[in-house]
Design a protein around this ligand. Structure first.
Ligand SMILES: Nc1ncnc2c1ncn2[C@@H]1O[C@H](COP(=O)(O)OP(=O)(O)O)[C@@H](O)[C@H]1O
Ligand SMILES: CCCC(=O)OP(=O)(O)O
Length: 361
């Protein structure tokens, strides 16, 4: 029997970009990346304030490509900082929208994925979904222990792309994902290093405002005592410190840009500060991968480097030089997120899977 045709709009709001795609079932017919500069985003006090701006960008991009939205069967967005939940495809419901608007587990652009998907889908009377949101939580009990009894470590990471590239690697090597021991490193606006074992991400740094390497726009782990001193110095409001950790941390804090391509150009022109900071980011990524390899007791099938920064040849080389002794290094620049969103929605539309229900309160 012939499969019915479902045209799906997928929306992936990241911290430095909004990526969209249109798929006929799981075949991509349109892809577009809209980049957002640090200055452009600085105009918005909170993530939720970017809603109209990002939505308008998406609708204009679809219009420019001559895409008629009335032919869509569903809209699927990248899911945001909800309550910790299992992976899978979830129907957008009121409880989810409330948590996304509030930013239940924090503020990140992916909170807008479900909200914009809902907004577009509602007008067309079609379903809206999210897939593998950034709060997918499969941490092992030992990984939750922070060392400070009042604070538990959290799983906030690029779940969608980490799972998608890990499963792609499994397919390419003819292995079962559940049998693999992988270190997947997503390097985008945020950077997360996940340990995949038995089909679960049993260890990962909290890439929002938890720990791990610094990134284009985040501070990553910072010395705790010094941070406490700064918070109580009377020099900053709470929201100012938060902004310095997420949004204006990392490359933005040191070099004033979230764009690694600009940083590479500055290095080529002899900017020594840019060179040191960019190299330090690679060094911290390598250090995190080294620590992840200890979780797997050194038995690592592959280390996968992915995300936008993985396009940077020198950056990847600088990481690889420090970690290639651990195991095979596989580079998948960019991400599989749009495809993964479309496949997640397709499985539900085709009746292969039921959409999960996001819990109330
Ligand atoms: N060709 C490239 N070389 C080096 N860095 C790149 C390249 N393309 C994109 N990047 C960098 O990757 C980062 C964004 O990664 P991406 O995965 O798109 O992030 P997000 O999804 O969080 O917006 C930016 O710093 C961007 O400059
Ligand atoms: C919040 C974790 C996911 C993340 O950092 O995504 P971006 O790199 O797209 O900002």
């Amino acid at each position: 029997m012939q499969k019915q045709l479902n045209r799906i709009l997928v929306i992936n709001p990241g911290s430095t970009s909004t990526k969209i795609g249109v798929f006929d079932n799981d075949v991509q017919i349109l892809e577009k990346t809209i980049r957002h500069s640090t200055e452009e985003l600085a105009d918005f006090p909170a993530i939720i304030d970017q809603f109209q701006f990002r939505k308008q960008n998406i609708l204009e991009a679809l219009d420019e490509e001559g895409m008629n939205v009335s032919n869509l069967s569903a809209v699927c967005g990248r899911g945001g900082l909800l309550r910790p939940i299992e992976g899978g495809t979830y129907a957008v419901n009121e409880a989810m929208l409330e948590d996304l608007r509030e930013g239940y587990s924090g503020q990140h652009a992916s909170n807008l994925g479900g909200i914009i998907a809902h907004e577009i889908a509602e007008g067309l009377n079609i379903p809206a979904f999210i897939v593998d949101p950034v709060v997918v939580d499969e941490l092992s009990p030992i990984a939750r222990v922070s060392g400070f009894s009042l604070i538990e470590r959290k799983s906030i990471f690029h779940a969608l792309n980490q799972k998608a590239v890990a499963k792609r690697y499994a397919k390419e090597t003819g292995r079962d994902y559940k049998d693999l021991r992988l270190i997947v490193t997503h390097m985008g606006g945020g950077i997360t290093v996940g340990v995949h074992e038995g089909g679960k991400v049993v260890e990962v740094n909290n890439g929002l405002h938890g720990d791990g390497p610094f990134s284009p726009e985040r501070a990553g782990t910072v010395p705790a005592g010094d941070l406490v001193e700064l918070c109580f110095s009377g020099q900053y409001y709470r929201h100012e410190i938060m902004k310095k950790l997420v949004g204006q941390g990392g490359l933005v804090g040191y070099l004033g840009t979230n764009d690694a391509v600009t940083v590479e150009k500055r290095i080529q022109k002899g900017d020594k500060e840019a060179e040191l900071v960019y190299e330090a980011m690679a060094y911290q990524v390598a250090r995190e991968i080294g620590s992840a390899s200890a979780v797997l007791k050194g038995q690592v099938d592959a280390i996968i480097l992915t995300g936008g920064l993985a396009y940077g040849k020198e950056f990847v080389k600088s990481i690889s030089d420090r970690i290639s002794w651990i195991g095979d290094v596989v580079v998948h620049p960019g991400e599989n997120e749009l495809q993964a969103l479309a496949e997640g929605a397709s499985r539900v539309l085709d009746g292969e899977e039921q959409a999960r229900i996001y819990p109330n309160g």
